[in-house]
Design a protein around this ligand. Sequence first.
Ligand code: FES
Ligand code: FE2
Length: 389
Amino acid sequence: MLTREENETLTRVGRGTPAGELLRRYWHPVAAAGELTDEKAIRAVKILGEELVVYRDKKGRYGLVGERCPHRSASLAFGRVDDEGIRCPYHGWKYDARGKCLEQPAEPPERAYKDKIQHTAYPVEKLGGLLFAYLGPEPAPLLPRWDVLAWENGKRWIEKHEIYRCNWLQPMENSVDPSHLYWLHGDTAHLVGAVERYEEEHEFLPFEFGIMKRRTTPGKKPGDSAQIDQHPLVFPNTLRHVFRTIKTDGLLRHNLQIRAPVDDTHTQIYVVYFTPTETDFSPADGEAPWEYFPIRDEKGEYRLEHVLVQDAMAWETQGGITDRTQEHLGVGDEGIISFRKLLHEQISIVRNGGEPLGIIRDPNKNRIIEFDVINERIGLYGSERQKVA
Ligand code: FES
Ligand SMILES: [Fe+2]
């Protein structure tokens, strides 16, 4: 159980809030690169409570600037792009990707009024088919080249989920909550009975980029060896996971589930999938096919036949920001307690002017970051993670 104050500290994402400042030390996706096309080169996005627009100019360069025009606040989402930047639809003021005002058609040039205008602007980078933004203090750290984003020999695609009506911490706590598996997903995943659950061992091991969640399931019969599965929670807001499709092609689906905080009570989830194959090539700096993934059907009901929607239902029904003054944690919630502890520690590191967990500044360490993902149940062992299925 947390106090009201602790709950606020860990969850709020706005500028100047403790978690908001921590989250601003990391890159966050703001769109799938494929969402910006010649026909629709500008999109309104909200990230960490900030209303922005992401755009691609006529030269193919990306920009992320405040949505409201500094002149008289019209939305730049309805503006147009050219070779240099983005122009407001109302009176034509134009900005470049650094927020510099380039033109003010109704102002006499000799006044140089445009030089006094600085619009909000943040750096954008493309990787693994996503556009990532950095909203924190300069100098920006490197955008981490996680394996699923940077591998090239195989197929990559993106699912952009319907925006979830809950705070970002609810999905993250779920990432270190192994005991929900048999109950929330038990029917879909055809899992063994609940009794075996009690024989599992769970460990939450701190590592360079977050918490490694390891589950050891004892053999079913005497003499059978135990099976391990291991998935990292990548601090602060990502889960690295893998499964093998049973019903379709039987191939591995490595995936990265990124939970981008939209505001205090909404979260935008992107799931990036990668299947290693011998015949496909997916450039890390290219676009990737993407699709929209609704969690509700046309009647507004949760599509509960999908595993990820079962999770979404649990997180949304916990409340916009779940009231942690009312919870009753048990020994099965050990992972949640360790994640909150880590979050507290990292918040105070940032408050004291330090660099939080997992920030990368050395390009040599960032060629490609491969995680030690294991899922022996589906026949994936640590050393084989890149092997073609
Ligand atoms: S409101 Fe944007 S140019 Fe006037
Ligand atoms: Fe789940």
